[in-house]
Write a protein that binds this ligand. Sequence first.
Ligand code: AMP
Length: 145
Amino acid sequence: MSLHGDYDSQNIFAKIIRGEAPCYKLYEDDDVLAFLDVFPQSYGHTLVIPKRSAARNILEVDPGALSKMALAVQKLTRVLVAELEPAGVQVAQFNGNPAGQTVFHIHMHIVPRYEGDTLGVHASQKADAAELEKLQARLVKRLNG
Ligand code: AMP
């Protein structure tokens, strides 16, 4: 899969949006969904996706959905920084295989960065489910607090 092609409605994020696959949800409204990455590049790695846009990448997404996703990214970034106090934070978005995209429903990464981090693009290890649940509870509490 690369930059051009058809949207596959069976991709994992489409399944998460439809409730056919689970996620560690942090935030949801009519337009966007934010959840923890299960192969995190760092503690707190979060993904934000538009719910109503069948777009694979930034070339295809409509401006309204893109704007709402960006606003949600800012909201979640503020929450992650307040709660986890990282030394920095990356906000990233990949388009096409050669650019690192592996799931072809447009999404943005929020990756808190801590002193001494190695800056990996993809993690090879799935996070521990209990750890993700704990982190999810902590961040949801901060979001609603
Ligand atoms: P990208 O490489 O930009 O396409 O990012 C896709 C991200 O989705 C990767 O960081 C994966 O670890 C993450 N990912 C894949 N499947 C799931 C899932 N079921 N729940 C949460 N994150 C996922």
